[in-house]
Design a protein around this ligand. Structure first.
Ligand code: ADP
Ligand code: ADP
Length: 228
């Protein structure tokens, strides 16, 4: 599903963000990516989304070699990805239904499939009763669930979440990860960047620790991973 083979990333200003990273993530896996601020976590995600390209090494996502993918091919890659941001990135002029429908319209889905699928997904994240509300009328946790619904609605193979609980209270944070875990149980590969160790401890998942641009540990034992 995702393969990094000896990937390094140096930004144009000379900052070495990742250094000789090799990681294999199977279809259907759930992995937390943890590490200090500036460790290279966001860069790792940006390389998967091809928002940045690597300086050396090779990246395969979904059987596509994206190492040198052309800009115009990127939308094709992103079609298979659902992306969840720390700051939600919802459109406040639109209600909850339309925020989620927007992602389906963007790929040319029919009106009838939108009408069926959006309420189904909103029910899955527990927000069917807020369909007509504007994002500003919802709590942080609810807004993040809308953003999760939007990421899910096109049935992506991979969900990528960059600090999805950063603007959400602790109890709701647990619910968001729980929801991602249930989505993972249905077969979607899930990658979650977080610096919240408590949260990582609550779920028994693979934990990839990035430290100064290198993979410091990669284990299914959260306690071992977090002892850094
Ligand atoms: P996070 O994803 O951990 O919230 P960011 O990706 O926003 O953080 O930034 C992480 C670090 O990278 C910060 O120290 C930030 O100042 C730095 N950074 C982000 N973008 C740039 C940039 N374009 N040029 C230089 N430094 C950057
Ligand atoms: P994290 O997400 O773990 O906080 P990042 O991947 O954002 O780390 O950053 C890794 C390193 O790369 C940091 O030193 C950061 O300042 C630097 N960096 C991130 N983005 C840029 C950029 N666009 N230009 C230059 N340096 C960057």
């Amino acid at each position: 599903m995702i393969d990094f083979n000896n990937v390094s990333k140096t930004y144009p200003n000379g900052t070495h963000a990742l250094y000789d990273v090799s990681i294999h993530i199977d279809k259907g896996e759930f992995a937390f990516i943890v590490g200090a601020s500036g460790a290279g976590k966001s860069t790792f995600l940006k390389l998967i989304m091809h928002e940045e390209s690597p300086s050396s090494g090779e990246i395969i996502v979904n059987n596509l070699n994206i190492t040198k993918m052309r800009r115009r091919k990127v939308p094709y890659l992103r079609r298979h990805m659902g992306i969840v941001f720390q700051d939600f990135r919802l459109i406040d002029k639109m209600n909850v239904f339309d925020n989620v429908a927007f992602a389906m319209r963007a790929i040319g889905a029919s009106a009838s499939s939108i009408k069926k699928r959006v309420p189904y997904i909103l029910e899955l994240v527990g927000l069917k009763n807020k369909m007509k509300n504007k994002p500003s009328e919802l709590s942080g946790g609810e807004q993040q669930r809308v953003s999760l619904a939007r990421a899910l609605v096109n049935n992506p193979e991979i969900i990528i979440a960059d600090e999805p609980t950063g603007n959400v209270d602790p109890e709701m944070s647990h619910d968001i990860i729980q929801l991602l875990s249930e989505i993972n149980d249905m077969g979607t590969t899930v990658l979650v960047v977080t610096h919240e160790h408590e949260l990582v401890r609550q779920f028994n998942k693979r934990v990839i620790v990035i430290d100064h641009g290198r993979v410091k540990s990669d284990t299914k034992n959260p306690e071992a991973a977090l002892a850094y």
